[in-house]
Design a protein around this ligand. Structure first.
Ligand code: DGL
Length: 265
């Protein structure tokens, strides 16, 4: 199957990694909208426009399924992505919300995601009595993209963001931005061991696997390959190194303009 996914930058790598592990025998087309990173402080209208452009571009890529590997776009513009792509669309927020078991849940996410309360609303739909507290974390994405994650700085920032959630005695913590699993070790340092970390990509991968298994013959299930194609909207020079660092692949990366119409795959 050809599967498309996107993020503003390297955050979607955390989704790609989980999905490849569970569904290896497929082709993946990863788009990083690096020219407009970070998404997490953009307005609703800006994100909606981005969703229109990204879904238009993916329509030309002849994909069979689409993964919304960006929570911010998921929270604001899932309906636009679904409307423009007439293929199955798998999202992080809905997938994770349906699996939450704990009664007191914290969510770390971008400011634009938190404003929508998308996680709270989605969780309450499944478990109406759940207590959910959401915390915006504007500093994380720039620090992660600049690879400033091994110093004490990130632990200090994490401590500040987590304090209000720990005061509320959360039982689990949702990493509500796809960049955040990349700093899970720093978050773990600040969290009591009793607090469960939830990466929404896990639930998304299971849903995707069920879908693929229902559509794919045994023959293609047994082939062992992963085909990866990467596209960026800027920063062409540095992206292969980032892929090498986080995914251990050194791919060919292509530059695209999402504003241009009439792409060919
Ligand atoms: N990784 C994306 C998310 O899950 C976008 C982060 C950003 O660009 O601010 O929200």
């Amino acid at each position: 199957m050809r599967i498309g996914l996107f993020d503003s930058g390297i955050g979607g790598f955390t989704v790609l990694k989980k999905v490849i592990k569970l569904c290896p025998n497929n082709s993946f087309i990863y788009l990083a909208d690096t020219a407009r990173l970070p998404y997490g402080i953009k307005t609703t209208n800006e994100i909606k426009k981005i969703a229109e452009e990204i879904s238009s571009w993916f329509r030309y890529q002849k994909i069979d399924a689409f993964l919304v590997a960006c929570n911010t776009t998921n929270a604001i513009a899932l309906d636009i992505l679904k409307k423009n792509l007439d293929i199955p669309v798998f999202d992080l927020i809905g997938s994770a919300a349906s699996t939450i078991q704990e009664s007191r849940v914290g969510v770390l996410a971008t400011p634009s995601t938190v404003k929508t309360k998308a996680y709270t609303n989605a969780i309450l739909e499944f478990k109406p009595k759940t207590f959910v507290i959401e915390q915006p974390c504007p500093a994380f994405v720039p620090m992660i993209e600049m690879d400033n994650i091994n110093s004490d700085d990130i632990t200090d920032v994490a401590t500040g963001y987590l304090q209000p959630l720990l005061k509320q005695k959360i039982h689990s913590l949702i990493l509500g931005c796809s960049h955040y699993p990349l700093i899970a070790p720093s978050l773990r340092k600040v969290l009591p061991s009793s607090v469960k970390l939830i990466d929404p990509a896990e639930a998304l991968s299971f849903k995707l696997k069920l879908f693929i298994d229902s559509k794919t013959s045994n023959y293609s299930k047994n082939k062992n390959f992963v085909d990866l194609k990467f596209y960026v909207t800027s920063n062409l020079k540095h992206f292969p190194n980032k892929a090498k660092h986080w995914l251990n692949v050194f791919p060919e990366v292509n530059l695209v303009s999402l504003q241009k119409k009439g792409w060919v795959s």
